[in-house]
Design a protein around this ligand. Structure first.
Ligand SMILES: N[C@@H](CCC(=O)N[C@@H](CS)C(=O)NCC(=O)O)C(=O)O
Length: 202
């Protein structure tokens, strides 16, 4: 059984969804429940995956570890499909995720209201630009993974939910909205959210 350290609604939600998609058992632990989380991850971040005493850090690395370990159709074994799937995971983790991080940073660190809104608007514009790239990719296929959701679709869906917590307008194309709705309706996605909520209520 895997152990996954998470924060509610954070990027670790995507890790949990993929673990369910792979048919693997997972125990989830809210990082707030850990007395000194920096012992587990010095960077203080989730996701952290523990597999048989081995600790894995960094969302994209964790995702690739899981997809390489268990048979699945989300990460093809060879060829262009594999390269594209890895590129999509990196786009999600290293490009879209940091773009959303700016919203959290602005909310936390800018106190002047006018400056804060200007910064929010600039960050939202950058995020919208990245969603336009996703929309272009979805012009010829329903998901970044082709005709089935892949890890990158799941990661992007988790990040898309963060915008609602800030006073920003992030525009999404029609194909993108459709992809996000399908992913959020997946049994594995609902199960992961339920598990986080049950854990928080306990
Ligand atoms: N590069 C890291 C970034 C992870 C990250 O930013 N995680 C956020 C949640 S989405 C986090 O743990 N923030 C601190 C917190 O929630 O306390 C990764 O990909 O794992």
């Amino acid at each position: 059984m895997y152990t996954l350290y998470y924060s509610p609604g954070a990027c670790s939600l995507a890790t949990q969804v993929v673990i369910h998609e792979l048919g693997q058992a997972v125990e989830i632990i809210d990082k707030q429940q850990v007395s000194d989380f920096s012992v587990i991850n010095p960077a203080g971040m989730v996701p952290v995956l523990v597999d048989n005493g081995k600790t894995l850090l960094e969302g994209a690395a964790v995702m690739l570890y899981l997809l390489n370990k268990h048979q699945n159709t989300m990460l093809p074994a060879t060829g262009r499909g594999r390269e594209q799937a890895i590129q999509n995971i990196m786009f999600a983790n290293a490009t879209m995720h940091p773009a959303y991080n700016r919203l959290f940073f602005i909310a936390q660190h800018i106190t002047d209201e006018k400056t804060k809104q200007l910064a929010f608007d600039a960050a939202a514009q950058a995020i919208t630009g990245l969603w336009e790239i996703v929309e272009q990719q979805l012009a010829t296929q329903d998901f970044l993974g082709g005709d089935q959701p892949c890890a990158a679709d799941i990661m992007l869906t988790v990040y898309s939910r963060w915008g609602a917590s800030f006073p920003v307008k992030i525009s999404l194309g029609q194909s993108t909205k459709k992809m996000l709705n399908v992913v959020q309706a997946m049994a594995s996605f609902k199960r992961a959210i339920d598990a986080e909520q049950r854990q928080s209520a306990a």
